[in-house]
Design a protein. Structure first.
Length: 178
């Protein structure tokens, strides 16, 4: 068996994984399939209020499937609603390319160089005043309304013509007001 990347609709990975597992059993093809994985990693965010751990998808919109590739198994996977194609296929070459052993080892955590947990420092917190350093609102001062640590983005409320206006910015686009 080899490992293959299967591209899916974003946000549908869990549902497609469950449906694929049910189809494998109903078709009696358990001997041609191994594991079906959704690679994730634990990320700890840290700010003045403490640490929070969350699970993030390493490759959004992808499943990693261990299988024996033949016409039947390939059709079974690609016929599932929400599966778009196998990774590594092109318009001219429809034969899926298996993942390299080093890639699979890294995904399975076999590689000792892979860190199991990353720590993201969150330099801003709700209610803090920040100055916008770049973009159309450069020079404006606003208040942090929301922090999206996993995307390194902030929602900042700035006053435009006397009205509060939300602006979504990267951490790098703002600075602390001294």
């Amino acid at each position: 068996m080899n490992w293959y990347a299967v591209h899916t609709f974003s946000g549908q990975e869990q549902k497609i994984k469950k449906y694929l597992e049910m189809r494998i059993v109903s078709e009696g093809l358990q001997d041609k399939f191994g594991q079906i994985l959704i690679p994730t990693r634990q990320v700890t965010t840290s700010n003045s209020r403490g640490k929070r751990t969350m699970t993030l998808s390493m490759f959004p919109a992808y499943l990693i499937v261990e299988m024996e590739l033949d016409e039947l198994t390939q059709h079974l996977v690609t016929s599932i609603d929400g599966v778009t194609h196998f990774g590594g296929t092109t318009r001219t070459n429809r034969v899926p390319v298996p993942l390299r052993k080093s890639e699979v080892d890294r995904l399975l955590g076999v590689d000792p160089d892979t860190s199991a947990e990353d720590v993201i420092q969150i330099p801003y917190e709700y209610g803090e005043s920040v100055r916008i350093k770049e973009g159309p609102f450069e020079g404006f001062v606003g208040t942090v309304e929301d922090v999206e640590a996993d995307k390194t983005k902030l929602k900042v409320m700035v006053s435009v013509f006397g009205r509060p206006t939300p602006v979504v910015l990267n951490f790098s686009q703002v600075e602390h007001v001294s």
